[in-house]
Design a protein around this ligand. Sequence first.
Ligand SMILES: C[S@@+](CC[C@H](N)C(=O)[O-])C[C@H]1O[C@@H](n2cnc3c(N)ncnc32)[C@H](O)[C@@H]1O
Length: 301
Amino acid sequence: MHTNESPERSIVPLEHRVARETFAGLSDGLYAGHSQFSELRENHLQASHKTIEAAAQMALDRVEPGNTARAIIFGAGTCADIPLARLAASFGHTTLVDVSIQYTLQARDSLPMPLRSKVEVVAQDITGIIDEATAWMAHPFDSHHAYLSCAANVFAGIRPCDKVPKFEEPYDFVASHLVHDQFGPSLARIVREEAYKRFGFARSSSGAHWHDRYWREQKALDDRLQQAHFDLLADTVNSSGVVHFAGSYNFRYNDQPRAGRRPIDLLGGRFALLSEPQEWQWRLTPGRLCDVAAYALQVAE
Ligand SMILES: C[S@@+](CC[C@H](N)C(=O)[O-])C[C@H]1O[C@@H](n2cnc3c(N)ncnc32)[C@H](O)[C@@H]1O
């Protein structure tokens, strides 16, 4: 049960059942993984806390005395990798945003009451396009080819930069922690889950057997989503505020080569670095790992 002192909003709940179920399933998997592989993930969780705290401190140092310091975390999820109690204690107001908030609410509600009342949980798709990108799935299709052709056409027409949500008051600290790299893969998963139910289509994430044009359009949309995410960060932080941006890349099994682009390559000239980039490995399971890079940024002049 939530009290009046623990505000929560659901601005844009997802319309499509498959989208809601897919995101809830991903959150369950994340939560279960953090618990099953807690020792393995300890290094990642500590590095996440440390970099977020350092960037948050830079933001706090810039807040004018007497002003209420405000923080927002995009992709808060389970909050296992977010120093939530520290943020809630240091900022006058903290907003946690995720498309799937069941574990975010749990994390907020496990805070001591004086801190809980300063933390707001918002259920929102921060790309603003998931409903548009999944509404077509309500139609009947004769074949998986027709289904994926329709997905390709819809994806090709989506312009995410006009759709990202607006947060009214700017924030002194904006954190985007391991969320920008989820947009494309999550959409692909929603499409796959439905294709699996309708056509018995493979659930695996390998792209090789997919419809070529669908695959290309999904990748192109993912690139546009990532760029639109930087608009969201720049629009949400106040002009003297600090952005913590962390991304995972190079997902691989132990002996596979690393090939991915560092998240900083995506930023273009829109942000300036405030400190040395931090990098570490996140071992998700005994065999699976990825690299993580985190940046403390301000909007470039
Ligand atoms: C890898 S997790 C980030 C780590 C997370 N703080 C945790 O450990 O629980 C990515 C988070 O981003 C959220 N997410 C993915 N796409 C989203 C979207 N379009 N809008 C808002 N949240 C999204 C997921 O629900 C998930 O909680």
